[in-house]
Design a protein around this ligand. Structure first.
Ligand code: DNO
Length: 403
């Protein structure tokens, strides 16, 4: 069977309800994980890294090695002082570099991160029921405004939205009961992935205040400063950093978002010209913007892509979207796959670094998983299994047809 990618699977570590055996049975060969228990900004020690690596790669019960490798770290998150350009950022950058060195020493060299202020990816609904009864993640623009106007009560926020949007949000807010309001707040403030933590409203307000004078330009400068220090060190060790795009790919709560389209990705890669300064190409994050021509972006930026997330979105009116089946929705997954496979083929011809890890991003909550309490929204076993199986078929069909 001809394949182009290293098929991987995100695992949240020992607390994940999806087991390593499940991952093997899904047919993945690589594991994508992080040491979620270590607070952002602390160094990941060699000891802790080795412990996790052994857990993944050595099957204690059967007394033999597993056919799985820890292939990608997602993510080594970036301390807020770095994003905010605070005087103490150098201490945290030094620690970041130490973590990179330790990971590289353990043979783990693909490192995903993002540069989204305060919040990571954001959804308003984690259980949006589809027609067939399965559940998906959804981002509703009006619900976001409801939270912003009536729960967060951000200062001066009325000026940022049109009267039409405010009217709709007012109506929506009036229709929500106490539990629904609380759920909306918890969905939006679910913090760093994998920690299960929800940011408190008061803390979120304090964090937002710190961004009062940080616009997109300043955040871009702070990204450049970070990369300027980290990338040369990564390059020395053959490690590849890959920045994940903003999700959703536009500003929310007045916070700057700077990795949302091709021009942003160009900026990112131009900050430091190095094979270690790359991209996590996430179709689902870039997809909500219709003008993001994903296959064309892959064609132009392909050599900078070190890691791929494949997921589809169904764009709805007003910028809202929900996560559709991997091969359904607004993104032409065939065209995306074709462009990626051509990129890998080119790498193979040039004999450069052609192991491109890919993972099915998210999946619907469906079948038996509907009866389970899933701690990590979007990361069910069955929905992702279906996604990976479909993507694998598409991958094989296209790869073979090009040979
Ligand atoms: C969503 C994911 C994000 C992403 C991080 C990357 O499911 O794609 O959690 O991994 O933002 O740093």
């Amino acid at each position: 069977m001809s394949v182009s990618f290293l098929q991987t699977w995100r695992w949240y570590g020992p607390s994940d309800v999806v087991s390593l055996d499940d991952i093997l049975q899904a047919g993945a060969k690589g594991v994508v994980t992080a040491l979620h228990h270590i607070p952002v900004g602390d160094v990941w020690t060699i000891e802790e890294i080795k412990k996790r690596k052994k857990l993944i790669e050595w099957d204690e019960t059967r007394g033999k090695s597993r056919n799985l490798k820890w292939s990608v770290v997602e993510s080594v998150n970036i301390h807020e002082s770095i994003k905010q350009g605070m005087p103490e950022r150098d201490i945290f950058i030094d620690r970041y570099i130490q973590t990179l060195e330790n990971l590289a020493d353990c043979g783990i060299k693909t490192i995903c991160y993002n540069f989204m202020p305060i919040l990571d990816w954001t959804r308003t609904d984690l259980a949006y029921e589809l027609e067939d009864g399965s559940k998906a993640l959804r981002f509703d623009v009006i619900d976001l405004v409801v939270f912003d106007l009536f729960i967060l009560k951000r200062e001066g926020v009325e000026k940022e939205y049109s009267s039409e949007v405010i009217e709709k949000a007012t109506e929506r807010f009036a229709s929500l009961n106490v539990d629904e309001k609380e759920l909306l707040q918890n969905n939006i403030l679910a913090g760093v992935p994998g920690t299960g933590e929800v940011i408190k409203l008061e803390d979120f307000r304090k964090q937002l205040a710190k961004y009062k004078h940080i616009d997109a330009q300043v955040l871009k400068e702070n990204l450049k400063y970070f990369l300027g220090r980290v990338i040369p060190e990564a390059e020395k060790r053959g490690a590849k950093m890959c920045c994940h795009p903003d999700d959703p790919p536009y500003s929310i709560f007045g916070l700057p978002r700077i990795i949302s389209n091709e021009a942003d990705l160009d900026y990112l890669t131009s900050c430091v010209d190095s094979p270690s300064n790359g991209i996590t190409f996430c179709t689902g994050s870039l997809g909500p913007i219709a003008s993001n021509d994903l296959p064309a972006m892959i064609k132009r930026l392909g050599h900078n892509i070190h890691f791929v997330h494949l997921r589809n979105v169904q764009r709805q009116k007003d910028g809202s979207f929900y996560e559709d089946e991997h091969l359904g929705g607004s993104i032409d997954m065939y065209a995306v796959m074709l462009a990626l496979i051509k990129e890998v083929k080119m790498r193979k011809q040039k004999e450069v670094d052609f192991v491109l890890p890919m993972r099915p991003d998210h999946g619907h909550q469906m079948l038996d998983d509907l009866n389970k309490q899933l701690p990590f929204a979007g990361y069910s076993a069955i929905g992702r299994l279906k996604g990976l199986a479909e993507l694998r078929g598409l991958e094989m069909g296209i790869t073979n047809s090009l040979e």
